[in-house]
Ligand binder design. Structure first.
Ligand SMILES: Cc1cc2nc3c(=O)[nH]c(=O)nc-3n(C[C@H](O)[C@H](O)[C@H](O)COP(=O)(O)OP(=O)(O)OC[C@H]3O[C@@H](n4cnc5c(N)ncnc54)[C@H](O)[C@@H]3O)c2cc1C
Length: 383
């Protein structure tokens, strides 16, 4: 395998300690959390107390001012252990950065330290029942009512939605202006008229509290506007390279974990008096998978270098998101096959990984949308 050169000894120590944390405080409970559909709030507090949330935030806001590679480690270790109910990545590396980048001083002070401590859980609500890929079609409206906005509408499929204490809500503040009339609002748990819907029952990510959210004449103070009025769409576009790369990072680690489990399993499992691994079909399949994951890993690591240098563009990140999540699904499906019937049993990690993988091709912008973005960078205009 090609040695990864991105990580220092400090990163490695952080990886070891985060892995120990997951093994001790998450793995023993994750089954039960999957059964009931959400993780304990205490695990958020414990992760915060141990410095595993919002690591890249400045120290004055409770973070460690750490480089993005520490966040990469959080994504990778969660994916490797398959404890995908934890919404730490979205909280620390999507929601918090919006507040840091576009928030007022007062907003940063109000949310970021408590987000780093795990006391406040963050979510971002773009998707609606009738608007996912086409975010310009968002119907949720925030109408100017003097000292506040009057927010009406609903959102669906929101990661961390049920636990969330603060939600960045994408809403039309000038419905006649399309994308140019879209703003981001910070909506807090307990605001009258803000209701959480049911936790959605999903094919995978069963311990993740993905929810619907409803807004019925919610009075959102003007002070809760994030950034400038009607600039929301521009803000959403600016964060895309890192958000998309996060999915590719998890994809490669989850695929590698599945290969590792399958190597171990097929060396043990006996069929026709020999091991499954002794068949050339098994060994060749595993060789092909390992090759492809190695190729993907090198590409993702190069994208990470570009990200750290501030040079990762949206089209390249879209390539990583689409290609790596497709590969993750293909690899894990082959790994299930090599486990035979046991690969279909929930108690086997490969079965959960298979169920959890599928959504990687859908959220964060579907893989079809990724290809649209790539074609545009090639000068190929679509419809
Ligand atoms: C588990 C989970 C967690 C999620 N978390 C969040 C979250 O935290 N916050 C949030 O806001 N959203 C979240 N989402 C929503 C997710 O981002 C959307 O589901 C996704 O963007 C697709 O939107 P859609 O479901 O409306 O599908 P649609 O947009 O209706 O797409 C249906 C199909 O049409 C295809 N399609 C659409 N447009 C085009 C096009 N131009 N060219 C070719 N094909 C096209 C799509 O690729 C797809 O195959 C989550 C979803 C899931 C399942």
């Amino acid at each position: 395998m090609i040695e990864r050169t991105l990580f220092s000894e400090d990163h490695q120590r952080f990886r070891d300690s985060f892995r120990r944390f997951l093994e001790k405080e998450v793995v023993p409970h994750h089954d039960a959390w999957e059964d009931r559909g959400y993780v304990d709030r205490e695990v958020w507090l414990s992760a915060g107390a141990n410095g595993f949330l919002c690591t890249s935030m400045p120290e004055e806001f409770g973070g460690a001012a750490a480089d993005k590679l520490y966040s990469v480690i959080v994504f990778e270790e969660v994916a490797r252990l398959g404890v995908n109910g934890l919404g730490f990545g979205l909280h620390s590396e999507i929601v918090a950065p919006y507040i840091l980048r576009y928030g007022s001083d007062e907003q940063k002070q109000r949310y970021l330290p408590r987000m780093a401590a795990g006391e406040v859980i963050g979510a971002i609500a773009m998707s609606e029942p009738a608007a996912g890929s086409d975010l310009q079609g968002v119907k949720t409206q925030a109408i100017d009512a003097g000292d506040h906005f009057l927010l009406n509408g609903s959102k669906t499929f929101i990661t961390n939605g049920w636990h969330a204490d603060v939600v960045i809500v994408v809403a039309k503040t000038d419905p006649s202006a399309g994308a140019k009339g879209t703003s981001l609002l910070l909506v807090e748990r307990g605001m009258p008229g803000f209701e959480k819907g049911k936790r959605l029952k999903k094919v995978g990510l069963k311990a993740q509290d993905t929810s619907e959210l409803f807004f019925d004449n919610v009075k959102v103070p003007k002070a809760n506007l994030l950034g400038q009025l009607n600039k929301g769409f521009i803000y959403l576009m600016q964060e895309l390279p890192w958000e998309r790369l996060q999915i590719a990072i998890s994809a490669m680690e989850a695929a590698q974990a599945a290969i590792d489990w399958t190597v171990a399993y097929t060396k043990e499992r006996k069929v026709f008096g020999t091991t499954v691994a002794s068949y050339q079909n098994t060994r060749f399949k595993l060789a092909e998978m390992q090759t492809e994951v190695q190729v993907g890993r090198v590409f993702v690591d190069r994208c990470l270098e570009l990200l750290l240098a501030g040079k990762l563009d949206t089209a390249t990140a879209s390539m990583a998101k689409y290609w790596c999540s497709d590969l993750q699904c293909k690899v894990i499906d082959e790994c299930v096959q090599l486990h035979g019937g046991y690969g279909y049993m929930w108690e086997y990690p490969v079965a959960r990984a298979w169920a959890d993988a599928r959504v990687q091709r859908i959220y964060g912008g579907t893989n079809e949308i990724m290809k649209e973005v790539i074609t545009r960078s090639m000068g190929l205009g679509g419809k």
